[in-house]
Structures are given as C-alpha cells and as structure tokens.
Design a protein around this ligand. Sequence first.
Ligand code: ARG
Length: 479
Amino acid sequence: YREVFFKLKVNMARKIQKNKMWGGRFNTDQDKIMLEMNSSIEFDSRLYLEDIIASIAHAKMLGKKKIISSVESQKIISGLKKIKIEFEKGIFNLDPLLEDIHMNIEANLQKKIGNVAKKLHTGRSRNDQVATDMRLYMRKQCQEIIKKITMIQKELSKKANKYYDFIMPGFTHMQIAQPVTFGHHLLAYVEMLERDKNRFHDALKRINQSPLGAAALAGTTFPIDREMTSKALGFTNPMANSIDAVSSRDFIIEPLAAASILASHLSRFSEEIILWVSEGFDFIELPDSLATGSSIMPQKKNPDIAELVRGKNGRVIGALMSILVVMKGLPLAYSKDLQEDKELTFDAIDNILNSLEAINAIIKKLKPKKENLSSAAQKSYSTATDLADWLVSNLNIPFREAHKITGNIVRYCEKKKIKLSELTIKELKSFNKKINDDIFNVLDAEQSVNQKKSFGSTSPLMVKKSAAKWIKKLQNEKK
Ligand code: ARG
C-alpha cells in the first residue's frame, strides 16, 4: 500500500513541480527519495490551528504597519478564518504534495483569495513560523498536562483523606520495613506530582516567548512590529536574538525532560498497582472496567492499564533522548534536522496525556483491602524499630545498643515463630530486666503509626491534616 500510494504521490508531484512555492530556482524534478523524506504533512497537519492563529497575528501586524494594505490584510485574515472552519469541519483538503502544513495552508489560501495570499509571507520565513507554531503547541500541551496533574492530585488527596488511618506495611528493599498509613503512601505521590507540575510551570516561562519575526535567521528589512505579534499570540516577549529564535529547541527538550520525570513517577505508581493487585499482596481490588482477560486462561484478570502506563514511559524518555541527539551536533541556525522534533514530541505528549488519564481512572476506583493491608503490616517484625526506640526513651539505653538487643529479640521470635506482640513480659525481661509492661504499647502496628511524631511522618493524625491541606490548596487551583 505504501509503495502504491507513494508512486501516485511522486507522479503527481512531478506534474505540478513547476508550480512549487519555492520552485523559482529549480528546473529539474525532485528525486523520489527527496520527496519521500522531506514531506512532513502526514504529522505536522496537527499544527493547523497554531499555524492559522500565528498567520492571522502576522497578517494583522502587516496591515497595521502598512507593509500590506489594510484591505489585503483583511482578505488574508478572512481567508485564514475560512480555512480554520474547514479544518474544524474535517473538510480541508490536505495536499500530500505540498510538503508541510505551512505550504498547505498558504496554497489553499491562494485558491481562496487569489494572488493577495502571496503577500502573507512578507517579512516571515517558515523557520520562524514553525518555531512559533511549536511553541504555541507546547504551551497548550503543558497547560493541559498541568490541569491533568491537578486532577490526579485531587483524587489522591480525597482517597488519602478517606483512608488516612488504614494501616499498611511500608517497604524498603521490597521487604516489609515499618507500618505506615495508606493515606501517607498516597500523599507521597501528591508531593511528587506537585514538583512535576512546578517543572512544567517553570518551563512555560521559557516556552512562552515569540520567535515570530526572526524570519529565516537574520530578521527582516520590513518595519515589522514583533511586540505586536508577540502580544497577540499571548507570548510574554519577542525573543531577543533572531538566530536563537529559529535554531533553539530547548523549549521542547525542557518539557520533555519534565514529562520524562513525570512519566517515571506515573510508572512507579503503576508498578505498585501491579504489585498490589497480585496474589502475593492482594492489597487492592482491580475494577473490572480497567482490567483485561486472557485469551487462553479464563480465570485471569490482568492490570494491563497500569502496565501500559509503565510501558509508555519508555517512549516518553525515548523522545527526550531522540531530540537531544538530534540537537547536539547542529550548527546554528535552521537545518532540516529540526523537522524531526515533531513526531517524537507529538508521540510523547499524547502518551503522557493518556497516562495521566489512565492513572486518574485507576485512583478514582481505588479500593484498599483494609484487613489484608493491616495483617501484612504486622508481619516481618515491622515494629522492631519501635521496640528499639522504646528502649532508648524509657530505659535510657543508647540507640546502637537498643538496636542490638532488639535484634536478639527478633531472632528469638523467629525461632519461636511468634510475633513481637506475642512475647510475654518474662521473655522480654530475659533480654533486659528493666523492661516493663509499658513496652506492649508499641509492639502493635497501629500503635506504631499512632506514635510517630516527627514532621512529615505517617501518623494518621498528621496524614489527615496533610490531606485536608492538599484538598484546600488544590480546590483553589483552577481546573
Ligand atoms: N516543515 C519544516 C519543519 O518542520 C518547516 C520549516 C522549513 N524551513 C525550511 N527552510 N525548509 O521544520
């Protein structure tokens, strides 16, 4: 199919070659491979809206500055608005022979309003045009990502508030370490996501600057007003150096780096969901609506949604690596290598947005299994640290020594196959005769979490407060 389609494309391209927008200088046909590799319309058509908006701002400015007449400016703008409507209705005829979205829109404008369309490109180049389009695209996507992060933080905070005192095992080295609360574990992600969000907010400051008017690389002889187009497009300022404006793509690298970090957080969360629904853990229920079955094993209910989020993470990080490699050897200013920024960016952004949606859906339906969580929290002598702390606070034993005594007690329990809370006072006294009955106040998982005092710790009281603080803070953030 690809071969047939391509032959068709080449034949048609040769027929209209002489009419190409930049055809003045050329008299031989373009090679097949040149046409094939150069074309970006298959993927950059999704920049249609940004391209039209930026062209309208440019045309308005050309009219205002009398570089073209105001009638010409009006004609161009109304033509562009018609094109926008055609795109929205899905009836715009994309011409695969015109290499990119910029050429497609300009050629179509010419069909609609005639030769005056040829004036739109005055004082502008596709180099500043494409950089402008991509910055507008990136700005919108970052705002979308920020919104979706907030949405997840809200869901997580709600659940943390609901399950603030559910006891679960906390892990280190994937081994049960100390009891924590379920709410506390969820709020850990709220904190990570907050930093993610701030990274996007921060990147936005640098994304939101206008390259428009830098032209090919050197600026232009026309008396354009870059301040005016910058303002019209909602940018904070026109970029100060025309060479930088058309050559830089750190406005893509930076949000992709933020997206990669975000994706790694979503992936860790997914990994935990996958563990938690597995039989060994059985901490949460996987809702049917988010699970898939097996084509051969009728009993299976798989957490594919979380696995997909974990997997897509690879593509997001891959995009970041790709753009870094594309950029690292590029001399200033524009080179066609820069066209490679698009597919990988679109793919990464699509995937991060989907992943955020998926994680949100999982959290919405998250139902922790209280009994299973709590009985797992009692396992593996999870309160041994509390026992050692008790020896320090109550018997004035230095921590290192308390650690050793507790280690001996744990070894004893292991041999006897009993929990710490099942020891008798007689047995405990055999390790240190000053130990008294008060020690039984710290050996149970619930007592353990209740007695945590330090700022940021897992006690239900603090978690409740923290969840409430987040709920309030997030409410004030616009949707
Ligand atoms: N499609 C091109 C891109 O994505 C647009 C810029 C082309 N500029 C040029 N001088 N050929 O980068």
